[in-house]
Design a protein around this ligand. Sequence first.
Ligand code: 5GP
Ligand code: MN
Length: 347
Amino acid sequence: MQNLQLFKELLSSPKKIVITTHHKPDADALGSSLGLAGYLKKKGHQVSVITPSDYPDFLAWMKGNEEVINFENGENKDKSAELVSGADMIFCLDFNNLSRINGLGKMVEEAKSIKVLIDHHQEPQHFADFEYWSADAAATCELVFDLIVDLGESYLIDGDLANALYAGIMTDTGQFKHPNTTKNVHLVTAQLIDLGADTAMVGKLIYDNNSLNRLKFTGFALSQRLKVLEKYRTAYIALSAKDLSEYQSRTGDTEGLVNMALSLKGIVFAALITEREDGVKLSLRSKGDFSVSAFAKENFNGGGHANASGASSDDNFEDTVKKFEALLPRYEAALNDNHQKEVLQQT
Ligand code: 5GP
Ligand code: MN
């Protein structure tokens, strides 16, 4: 971070702080927010964590979860507006553009507070006074850890904070198997274990917490809705609002499905297209050089990382699925070229 000294000075006296993160927070978004919140509270700050929406139950174990304010929930909009406009500092974690926090975005933009961005998504919007950003970081949790180290205060990280930060690193690296799993990821993880992270427990809390509905829904999605387009090395799953409601799908129930499509041998590009209440959402993943952030940006005004991105579609569900399929011929050469490289890398 540029101006680290100034940032340090700002944090040396008690501040009113708001931390926010992206819509439908995942383990990295919530873990980095609650990890940072716990650290800042220990330093004597008054901290509120506001999420733009709800998040999956399998994240609800993190320390500080009970105090999280869900912006979408009833009277919380007014409360959030008050907190945001009255904050000395606003921390924006795990997102690169204010559009990713929905209605909160305008409030944050208009607030007079000092803004801090901590993020690892490509092409960030430069709206913050302080940026701690790196697309080379696997997770925002990794960045929060590195920042606390830069501030010379890793001794303030206890077991609860270490668990929250570990959760984001574990999930954003796909359990330490995506190419973003760098040496630094392992070094940070080792230090988190030293500081009290219980890796087996966090793994169980996140991955062994399925409802029967979710498991059956996964079976349905894979057996009835998975479409493989070998010519384009692509596999996708499209789930309509009816599919989601028939299985009483809850927030987080579709997480991981897109990776199952990508796990198919010979497939280098996978998508999950879901018809949500607030619009049609695309979740995109790739192996190797094929950039899904470029695909998301070029065609759906989305973005993210080279191998994991997302977007919302302006079209209805059926038209989005059609558009997705119709786009593939344009990428045929890139998808097949990428596949050849993948095969060579494996041999
Ligand atoms: P997911 O598919 O898990 O929802 O998201 C994959 C990655 O893309 C995450 O890092 C997420 O923050 C980002 N992402 C998801 N949806 C959007 C979107 O609509 N716009 C942008 N710019 N990024 C997104
Ligand atoms: Mn992340």
